[in-house]
Design a protein around this ligand. Structure first.
Ligand code: UD1
Length: 448
């Protein structure tokens, strides 16, 4: 019930079982894995399905905690979400009777804010929690809110919630962002599909997941198109219809396993990987000396010819697509601990993405964090087992990678962060010959 929900200052994050990974390093990974569907595409499509009352069917959806959080949130709104078989979700948003996205959803997952645009455009109102609670400075949503206001919405912020209303229909307009924002672009685009008139979004994010979302919207009958690399144009429609779509492969997951091959001196084939969406990473891997071969729907990463300490140091810099993705920067940093010489890591998107390097240092890496945006790595470092804690999704996968290259058995706490975004990660590593298990600790820990 609405009045039973806690205010921000009363809110306690839900508890999840406390689990650790135990990872024993020292084996070269060999074999083939299937790349799962892209988290960052699937979550937006689940939100987009609320733009119509008709049934939408999504396949190749990764079975991860973030998808569970999004489908739970949709069900709370009154949306019918069926799960007829693994990786397939059917969404019918005929009766949405509760236009309220609570703090519980937002605290679990920032992508819950993707419901702002579609619910506002279709139902004319929504009350939605600020993701991340009161940590407004760190991962703000001001650009999403500004875009909705430009489209004619009235939005007030009170007690941690945005109260959004669209008197009549939203109105097509020019949405200008001061810099590229992925979800900001997507939220504006979803809202504009049902707005009255024509909308131009610029600069629009160029991430491939945005284009996959466009493809899904077009199947729903939306008039939306990327008319220039940084421009998306939308002609608003009165209604959209149900559609079926297969989610694109996850390029961050593929990149993580590509790096696993590199860091263990192994050979991994990534079935279903789309190299065309991973050019910046493929280039970096090539510069370190790894042999990367691309074919349609397949990527092959071979490190067997690179002897111990034979990787070359590389300077990397993250950026909006097509530059190197910030989400693949932590795994790449682990790879660079094994490269000979000095590598520089420049993180230009987020200010907290280098903090986890303190954990990597506990495993023997030589890293000098110069600023929140720059770290210098000296390699090759002989990594050793350690007890470390995961702070977020990408740091978690990266600590597993480091442990795979380390001597001994590492104990990595905070496994739930990794479950948010990687489907069957242990199974996939086991299939490649890794020694990894997830063990319960018995206590409970609060979710991030
Ligand atoms: C998405 C991805 C995330 C990825 C990121 C950058 C999803 C679910 N998440 O996050 O995995 O790391 O893109 O590729 O798709 N910003 C503002 N105000 C806003 C919005 C963003 O200042 O209203 C800032 C952010 O703090 C950041 C920058 O803009 O510094 C870019 O962030 P953005 O592209 O919006 O990231 P997300 O869409 O949240």
């Amino acid at each position: 019930m609405a009045d039973a929900r806690p205010f921000h200052w009363e809110y306690e994050p839900p508890k999840v079982p406390r689990e650790r990974y135990l990872v024993t390093g020292g084996r070269a990974l060999e074999g083939t894995i299937n790349v799962s569907g892209a988290k960052n595409a699937a979550l937006k499509m689940l939100a987009a399905a609320t733009l119509t009352g008709e049934r939408c069917r999504l396949t190749n959806v990764p079975e991860i905690e973030d998808v569970r959080a999004m489908t739970d949130t949709l069900r709370d709104l009154g949306v019918v979400v069926d799960h007829p078989e693994p990786n397939c979700y059917e969404i019918s948003a005929g009766d949405v009777d509760w236009l309220f996205v609570p703090l519980e959803a937002a605290a679990k997952m920032r992508a819950s804010f993707m419901l702002l645009g579609p619910l506002l455009a279709r139902f004319g109102e929504v009350i939605i929690s600020n993701p991340g609670g009161d940590r407004i400075g760190r991962r703000p949503v001001d650009l999403h809110v500004d875009a909705m206001r430009t489209l004619g919405a009235e939005i007030e912020y009170r007690y941690g919630y945005y109260y959004a209303k669209a008197p009549g229909r939203l109105r097509g307009t020019d949405v200008r962002f001061p810099f590229v924002t992925v979800m900001g672009t997507e939220n504006a685009m979803l809202a504009a599909t049902l707005a009255d008139g024509h909308t131009t979004i610029r600069p629009a994010a160029r991430e491939p997941e945005v284009d996959d979302l466009i493809a899904f919207l077009q199947k729903m009958g939306a008039s939306v198109e990327r008319t220039a690399p940084d421009t998306i144009e939308v002609h608003g429609r009165r209604r959209l219809r149900g559609a079926e779509h297969r989610v694109m492969p996850d390029r961050i997951e593929a990149g993580t396993f590509a790096i696993a091959a590199g860091i263990t001196g192994g050979h991994v084939v990534l079935d279903g990987a789309d190299c065309d969406t991973m050019n910046a990473l493929v280039e970096v891997l090539g510069r370190t000396g790894l042999a990367v071969a691309c074919a349609p729907d397949r990527m092959d990463v071979d490190a067997r010819a690179v002897g111990p300490g034979g990787l070359k140091a590389v300077d990397i810099e993250t950026g909006a697509y097509p530059a190197l993705a910030t989400d693949i920067q932590p795994p790449t940093a682990v790879l660079l601990t094994q490269a000979r010489g000095r590598s520089t890591v420049r993180e230009t998107i987020f200010e907290d993405r280098l903090e986890w390097l303190a954990e990597l240092r506990k495993m023997g890496a030589t890293i000098d964090v110069k600023s929140p945006h720059e770290a210098v790595i000296e390699g090759p470092a002989a990594l050793h087992a350690a007890t470390v804690e995961i702070s977020d999704l990408r740091a978690g996968a990266s600590l597993i990678l480091a442990a795979l290259a380390a001597d001994g058995t590492s104990s990595i706490g905070g496994a739930h962060h990794v479950q948010r975004g990687y489907e069957n990660i242990e199974r996939k590593f086991l299939d490649l010959g890794a020694r990894i298990e997830r063990v319960q600790e018995g206590e409970l820990t609060a979710t991030a």
